[in-house]
Design a protein around this ligand. Structure first.
Ligand code: SAM
Length: 326
C-alpha cells in the first residue's frame, strides 16, 4: 500500500454525504432520484458525489429503460477493503445511517407494494395479458432445464435425430437407435453440425431387439415410431428391458379408438409410410402393463395441423419400479 493510495481513499471517504451514499448503495442498488429523496440533497450534488465514487471504481451500474441503477461493491482486497471494513464498523451505531436505512426500507416497501397492487387488481386477467409474450416454446425450454444433467436416455427410432439433438443440448447422454442406416447418417450429420455428436451414441438396430444392455438407461423415448413397428408390444417390452429401476418410458404416437370405426386415412400409409394408423389409450395402457411397467399415464391431444386429416396424438408414460422384475 502506498502513501498516495491511502491518501486517495481517505479523501474519498472524507465527506459525510459520500459515506451515507456508500452505506445506502451497499445495501441496495438505487437510482439517482432515490438518493436525492433519501439524502434530501440536490440532484447535482448527488451526481457529483457519484461521479467521484465512480472514478474510484467503487460503483457498478445497471441500466433499466432510461434509468440507471447504481450499487456499491466494496473491493475485497487492497486499501479500499481495509478502509471500508473500518468505516462500516464505525458507522454501525450512527443514528443518521440508521435513519437512512429505515428510509430505504420504506422505498423498497413502496416498490413491492406497487407490484402487489398491480397484480391484486389483475388476478386471472393476467392470463390474457401475458399472451403478449408468445412464450409457449420458451416455457417448454425452461421446464426442460429441470432435467438433471448426465441422464442416459435411449431415443428409439431416432430418425434424423431431432429429439436426440434437443436431449444432447440439455446435457443428456443419448443412445439413439434406428433400423435405417440412411436415417442414422442424416442424424449424424445434424448432430455433428450442432456440435453435440459426442453426446449421442448412434446405434443401428431394431426396436424389437434393441442394441442396448438391460437395466442401462434412465429413460426411453419412443417418439412417433410405434406406428411403424410390426409388433408394438414387443417394442414396449424391449423399452422396459433396457430401463434402470425407477426409469421411465415415454411414448408419443397417433391415437385411435378401439370402440368406434375409425376413418381410413390412406394418405398416412401412402405419404408417411405408416403400418398402423394409431393406438387406443386402453391398448397402450395394456401393453405398458404387460411389459411390467407401473404409474401408467396416457394423455390425449387433439391434432394441431388443420390442413391434413391427422388423428389425435397421445403422450404415454410409465415407470419401472423395483417390484416390476421380482
Ligand atoms: C417418423 S420417424 C420418427 C423419428 C423421430 N423419432 C422423430 O420423432 O422425428 C420413424 C423412425 O423410426 C424408424 N423405425 C421404424 N421402425 C423401426 C424399427 N422397427 N426399429 C427401429 N427403428 C425403426 C424409422 O427408420 C424412422 O427413422
Amino acid at each position: 500500500m502506498t502513501v498516495d493510495s491511502v491518501q486517495r481513499v481517505m479523501r474519498t471517504l472524507g465527506d459525510p454525504t459520500r459515506l451515507r451514499i456508500l452505506a445506502l448503495l451497499e445495501r441496495e442498488e438505487l437510482a439517482v432520484q432515490d438518493l436525492v429523496r433519501l439524502l434530501g440533497s440536490a440532484q447535482s450534488t448527488v451526481s457529483r458525489h457519484l461521479a467521484l465514487l465512480k472514478d474510484a471504481d467503487l460503483l457498478r451500474e445497471r441500466r433499466d429503460g432510461t434509468f440507471c441503477y447504481t450499487r456499491f461493491v466494496p473491493p475485497t482486497e487492497g486499501p479500499w477493503a481495509d478502509a471500508w471494513a473500518l468505516v462500516r464498523h464505525a458507522l454501525r451505531d450512527d443514528p443518521q445511517v440508521a435513519a437512512d436505512a429505515d428510509a430505504l426500507e420504506a422505498i423498497l416497501r413502496a416498490r413491492t407494494l406497487g407490484r402487489r397492487e398491480f397484480f391484486d387488481a389483475l388476478g386471472p386477467e393476467w392470463d390474457r395479458l401475458r399472451q403478449v409474450f408468445q412464450d409457449d416454446l420458451q416455457r417448454a425450454r425452461a421446464i426442460s432445464r429441470l432435467i438433471p444433467r448426465g441422464l442416459r436416455v435411449a431415443d428409439i427410432g431416432t430418425g434424423t435425430g431431432i429429439l436426440a439433438l434437443e436431449l444432447a443440448r440439455l446435457g443428456v447422454q443419448v443412445v439413439a437407435v434406428d433400423q435405417s442406416e440412411t436415417m442414422l447418417a442424416a442424424a449424424g450429420q445434424k448432430l455433428a453440425a450442432a456440435g453435440v455428436l459426442e453426446h449421442v451414441d448412434l446405434r443401428h438396430g431394431s426396436a424389437v431387439d434393441l442394441p442396448i444392455e438391460s437395466d442401462s438407461v434412465d429413460a426411453v423415448l419412443g417418439h412417433m415410431v410405434l406406428h411403424y413397428v410390426a409388433s408394438p408390444l414387443a417394442a414396449i417390452r424391449e423399452m422396459a428391458r433396457v430401463l434402470r429401476p425407477r426409469g421411465r418410458v415415454v411414448i408419443v404416437d397417433f391415437a385411435s379408438d378401439d370402440e368406434r370405426p375409425q376413418p381410413d386415412r390412406e394418405w398416412m400409409r401412402k405419404d408417411l409410410g405408416v403400418l398402423w394408423q394409431g393406438f387406443s389409450p386402453n391398448r397402450i395402457r395394456d401393453w405398458l402393463h404387460d411389459a411390467g411397467l407401473t404409474a401408467i399415464e396416457v394423455e390425449l391431444h387433439e391434432p394441431v395441423a388443420a390442413d391434413r386429416d391427422l388423428p389425435a396424438t397421445f403422450i404415454a408414460s410409465a415407470d419401472r419400479t423395483d417390484r416390476n422384475r421380482e
